[in-house]
Write a protein that binds this ligand. Structure first.
Ligand SMILES: NC(=O)c1ccc[n+]([C@@H]2O[C@H](COP(=O)([O-])OP(=O)(O)OC[C@H]3O[C@@H](n4cnc5c(N)ncnc54)[C@H](OP(=O)(O)O)[C@@H]3O)[C@@H](O)[C@H]2O)c1
Length: 202
């Protein structure tokens, strides 16, 4: 699958490594493509990179995702847009305490098919869940069933078995996984590591 990754930071590079390793094609989108000569795939402006992909992943600094993605609504069109962002400020407080970035993006880009996922795990675990000693859980939120099926397949490629994936429902459930960031940050402080994840057992 041709996948556009917006952003060139830690998560963008980590996701690209995982996706390239499982046979996907990647193009990065950057504010300054000319500055990135060390990436494992081509880099272009946001609009050019989006045109390359059938699926777009926003690995942008989440506090700025809405302002960056809103003017790109026409370029994104009805593509699947995977949002992995945790929108918090410099004090780790939620930027959308009564909503979520996922919902705000869906409102701002009504044609795009937003799927929230992978925001509850540290980057390396997201692309290789076997880094943990036991199976753990990843969540999906989104209004479009076909889009979630596409994203579920990408997660499967990265090593997330179907039994490890929980479809939480519509995009309003993005607030559940985004507000989890408060617990995630507290756990990271207590455990002094991001190498952990939730495992939902029944
Ligand atoms: N770090 C993790 O383990 C983790 C886990 C789950 C989810 N997330 C989420 O993944 C996203 C990316 O995280 P990250 O750790 O990769 O962040 P990062 O290293 O800071 O990278 C963010 C990228 O966003 C782009 N960007 C666009 N506008 C920006 C602005 N005004 N200020 C700063 N960067 C801007 C930059 O790419 P260009 O300069 O090329 O434009 C930058 O490389 C965040 O939304 C975060 O919440 C992270």
């Amino acid at each position: 699958m041709d996948i556009t990754i917006l952003g060139t930071g830690h998560m963008a590079r980590t996701l690209a490594g995982g996706l390239l390793g499982t046979g996907h094609s990647v193009v990065f989108g950057s504010r300054t493509p000319e500055r990135h000569t060390d990436l494992p795939a081509p880099v272009a402006t946001h609009a050019v990179a989006i045109a390359h992909g059938s699926v777009v992943i926003s690995a942008l600094a989440a506090a700025h995702s809405l302002e960056i993605l809103t003017p790109l609504a026409d370029a994104i069109g009805d593509r699947v847009l995977i949002d992995i962002g945790n929108a918090v400020d410099e004090r780790f407080d939620l930027i959308y305490p009564d909503s979520s970035l996922g919902e705000r993006l869906q409102q701002a880009l009504p044609d795009a098919r937003i799927v929230k996922t992978l925001n509850t795990v540290g980057g390396p675990i997201g692309v290789d869940p076997t880094l943990l000693s036991a199976p753990t859980t990843v969540f999906l939120s989104g209004d479009d069933a076909d889009a979630k099926a596409t994203v579920s397949g990408i997660l499967r490629d990265l090593g997330w078995a179907d039994a490890q994936q929980i479809d939480l429902g519509g995009i309003t459930t993005a607030r559940a996984v985004e507000h989890y960031f408060l617990l995630f940050a507290a756990l990271m402080g207590a455990l002094r590591s991001p190498q952990f994840n939730l495992a939902i057992t029944r």
